[in-house]
Design a protein around this ligand. Structure first.
Ligand code: UDP
Length: 472
């Protein structure tokens, strides 16, 4: 009788940005290395429709267990998303352990993979004799910051945003304190203290898998791998980007038909990820800016939210109002010939791979960045939350493939500036330089995923280690 495949258990923490690359990672292990994978998914209490849809379209060797929702009744309204993400895991640990135990006893489980906020689950794997691995859904620069964090915490007592000099992370472009990721900006906050404790556990991983690639962040990788640092082995396996599902293809026909009618490279795609939201005033400014730029645009609009920039994070596909209710009066009619407004969600991968798309105004979520890289689309970086400001620094100062928006003193990005960025990116000389830079990155992304490319080899090495793992 044929032996059952070796099994991997993956625990994603909430957020489509975490789940999407982990699913792509699982698909490759099933397809190219003959593993089976079970996801155990902590539930933050938000509707999980989109997550369930994603799993329903997958191969038979990828299974999902959705844990019951945890309660956040005791949290204040202004609790950070990172607090909710972390607690959705820690409050599910007992249930996670029960599910893991069943799997460990019935399948040939060879490895456990947790994502960036999931290290508290490492002990469960170890209890059952399974090696825990860490999956970083962002970049190596973020990983480098995580390793430096305990030292930075000791070195400084002020908030990072008040530091007079940028922070020098090994092998990275200088990082301004104000661009340090959000959960680290308030040292007294639960999210800061928890993130610090989580980062201290990273070195205890058996290996660290990163959704980036050597050629993209070579200096940072090399700095991290320097002999003597005593860190776990790194496996850069990216870019792992989303494959479009059949239901997405069916839902995006209008959008693609509109793109088909536009000239090549002429459209600015505007989208702030699954969770990004803008204030009412900022949406108004963006609308007017796009209109006066005279550029063609495809804008995925979410409802305005005045108090937070990530209001749709736990609720990404559930909150679409009719945009005409909040866009400037007459905007849709006036821009009918040059623009398309899509409420809430578009099939981004399809938009970015369409020949008419010439630029992307993005919040710099790492999946969006990688999707732009694989399609060679230059960026206007408009970071909103999480580690997006750090990503924007890398894209503008390091890779030189993005223009970065500047905020006025009141925090708003002004209409004239928006028009200037849009025009420059699509038509200007600087836009052309950024496009050339992106096309080079696109070519190296293609190479790294070839059969002999560095990310393909890195994944194969990991699969080999797991295949040779002794089963308990
Ligand atoms: N996405 C999409 N359509 C949208 C918004 C987002 O398909 O209208 C996808 C996008 O392609 C990416 C993911 O959702 O794969 C967003 O991940 P990212 O890391 O960019 O940002 P996050 O949503 O985690 O902030």
């Amino acid at each position: 009788m044929e032996e059952a495949p070796l099994h991997l258990v993956i625990v994603p923490t909430p957020g489509m940005g975490h789940l999407i690359p982990l699913i792509e990672f699982a698909k490759r292990l099933v397809l190219h290395h003959n593993f089976a994978v079970t996801f155990i998914i902590p539930n933050d209490g938000s509707p999980m429709k989109l997550q369930k849809q994603l799993f329903s379209s997958l191969s038979l060797s990828i299974y999902s267990i959705f844990l019951p929702p945890v309660s956040f009744d005791d949290l204040s309204e202004d609790a950070k998303i990172e607090t909710r993400i972390i607690l959705s895991l820690t409050r599910s640990l007992h249930l996670l352990r029960d599910s893991f135990k069943v799997l460990a006893q019935s399948k040939r489980v060879v490895a456990f993979v947790a994502d960036v906020f999931g290290t508290d689950a490492f002990d469960i794997a170890k209890e059952f004799g399974v090696q825990p691995y860490l999956f970083i859904a962002t970049n190596v620069m973020g990983l480098s910051l995580s390793f430096e964090l305990p030292k930075l915490d000791q070195m400084f007592s002020c908030e990072y945003r008040d530091l007079p000099e940028p922070i020098k992370l090994p092998g990275c472009v200088p990082l301004r304190g104000s661009d340090v990721p959000d959960p680290l900006q308030h040292r007294q906050d639960f999210a800061y203290r928890q993130t610090l404790e989580i980062c201290k556990k990273y070195p205890s991983a058996a290996g660290i898998i990163v959704n980036s690639f050597m050629e993209l962040e070579n200096d940072t990788f090399e700095a991290l791998m320097e002999v003597g640092r005593g860190l776990p082995a790194f496996y850069p396996v990216g870019p792992l980007t989303k494959c479009v599902s059949t239901s997405e293809i069916e839902g995006s026909e209008d959008c693609l038909r509109w793109l088909d009618e536009q000239p090549s490279g002429s459209v600015l795609y505007v989208c702030f990820g699954s969770g990004g939201t803008l204030s009412h005033e900022q949406i108004n400014e963006l609308a007017v800016g796009l209109e006066i730029s005279g550029q063609r645009f495809l804008w995925v609009v979410k409802n305005p939210v005045d108090k937070a920039a990530n209001a749709a994070y736990f609720d990404s596909k559930e909150s679409g109002k009719d945009p005409s209710a909040f866009l400037p009066h007459g905007f849709l009619e006036r821009t009918r010939d040059i623009g398309l407004v899509v409420p809430n969600w578009a099939s981004q991968v399809q938009v970015l791979s369409h020949g008419s798309t010439g630029g992307f105004m993005t919040h710099c979520g790492w999946n969006s960045v990688l999707e732009s890289i694989v399609n060679g689309v230059p960026l206007i970086a408009w970071p909103l939350y999480a580690e997006q400001k750090m990503n924007a620094t890398m894209l503008t100062d390091g890779l030189k493939v993005a223009l970065r928006v500047q905020h006025k003193e009141d925090g708003v990005v002004g209409r004239q500036d928006i028009a200037k960025y849009a025009k420059e990116l699509i038509e200007g000389d600087e836009g052309q330089l950024l496009r050339t830079g992106m096309k080079k990155l696109r070519d190296s992304a293609k190479l790294t995923l070839c059969p002999h490319g560095s990310s393909t080899k890195s994944l194969a090495k990991l699969a080999e280690i797991w295949k040779n793992q002794k089963l308990c």
